[in-house]
Structure formats: C-alpha cells, structure tokens
Write a new protein. Structure first.
Length: 236
C-alpha cells in the first residue's frame, strides 16, 4: 500500500490492516511533535481515522555507514523481519495476554524500499483525554502516589506471572486516565529466566531504572514489589 507522509509517498507492506484498501494520509501536528519530545520515534496522525502512527527510522545512513546499514538496518531488520514494529506488536500481545491495557493495534508493517529510511510502522488507536504517567504522578499528593504505585505494582506482577519483565520501564511509557487507570504504550518486554532467583533479579533490574522514579519513590517501589514477590512465592 502507498502511504502519504505529508506529501512524501512510500510503499509499505501492512499486516492486520482493517481499512479495506483505504489509503493512509499521515500528518505531523503539535500532538505528534509533543510525543517526539519524550520518545525516540517519529509520530504522525492519520487524517481520516485519527490513528497514531509510530515510525522508526533506520539507525544508520547508507552513504555514511554502508555496511552497518546493509547488515543491521536492511538485512537484519527488514529481510529477517526483526524491525521495531513487529517486535513491539509481539510484545503487545504478551502484555495484553497478561491482563494489562494497551491501545488497539490498527496495522503494522515495513518498507522494503532501501531509499526509504522510515522502515518500520506501527499504527494504533489514539487514546483521548490522557496524560503521561510522569505527568499524572507529578500531579498527585503522597497518598495518591502510593495508590497509583500499588496499581502499577499489580500490573508488574501480572506481567511477571505471565513470564515477562519490561525492558525499558519509565513513566513516559505509560498513559493515565483522569481516574489513574494505566495504559501501556511502549510494550517492549523480555522473557524471564527459569530460576526463581533469576526471575526476581530480572524484575528488580527492571524497576531499578533511574528514569522510572526518584530515589525515594524507587525505594518504596522496591519494598512493595519484594513484599508481593515473597507473598506470591509462599502461595506456590
């Protein structure tokens, strides 16, 4: 299918697309630029449906690093189907199966055109009336923060029971409704090891990301997760 990126047309192979052949016209507005300020991807909105397009560009430029681009960005990511959108959609399925809430996927795909640096595309529903987890957490008093982190720990435990830990855990990978409901928007996860010690070590490492919380609240989170982990272990 041909996609229009603000007048620049590119051919993509799309999967799970329900648009019945409708072409996509993607634009970058203030909302997209705001998202780009807190994420490493490029964002657009589909004019007709309002869906959010998350685009990942090639890491290397063919003219400057031809071998890196050929083997990493083209051969590995595109021809071997290891591009970002496919990885994220696989993780999203695991996260949803664990009982966590994510935006609905509209389509995902890639471009085989070597001259198109936008190789990976993930199209998802745009969730209205939400803020980032960081904005929501900053707006709360102490009691509200503790209640929010209790819900957050519940999601992390569901994910761990399903056999996964998040790879890049921080508050800007979450969206929150006015009632504090958590929506996971960056769903990159990795499988937990088989051993009990290895599982807890991986979970502990994920919640120790300095970008997640400040030292005091991260320590609060460590204690609560450890308490839940021990209680879970005793029930087994």
């Amino acid at each position: 299918m041909t996609l229009d990126f603000e007048g620049v047309k590119s051919r993509f192979v799309l999967f799970e697309y329900e648009g019945q052949g409708r072409s996509l016209r993607l634009v970058k507005d203030d909302r997209a630029r705001l998202l780009e300020g807190i994420a490493s991807s490029e964002f657009f909105f589909d004019v007709e449906s309002g869906a959010l397009a998350k685009v990942k560009r090639d890491k290397y430029r063919g003219r400057k690093r031809p071998l890196r681009w050929l083997f990493r960005d083209y051969f590995e990511k595109r021809l071997m189907f290891q591009f970002e959108a496919r990885k994220e959609i696989r993780s999203q399925r695991a996260v949803r199966a664990a009982g966590l809430v994510t935006p609905r996927c509209v389509a995902w795909g890639l471009s085989f055109n070597p001259f198109n640096r936008r190789g990976s595309l993930l199209l998802m529903e745009h969730v209205q009336d939400v803020v980032t987890g960081e904005q929501h957490f900053a707006s709360l008093e102490v009691a509200g923060r503790e209640a929010f982190l209790m819900r957050f720990c519940g999601d992390l435990m569901r994910l761990a029971r399903a056999g996964y830990a998040h790879r890049d855990l921080h508050m800007n990978n979450l969206l929150c409704t006015a009632r504090g409901e958590i929506i996971w928007v960056d769903t990159h996860v990795r499988p937990l090891p088989r051993s009990k010690r290895g599982k807890w070590r991986e979970v502990y490492r994920s919640i120790s990301n300095p970008r997640l919380l400040d030292d005091g609240w991260r320590e609060w989170l460590h204690k609560e997760m450890k308490r839940r982990w021990k209680a879970e272990d005793q029930r087994r």
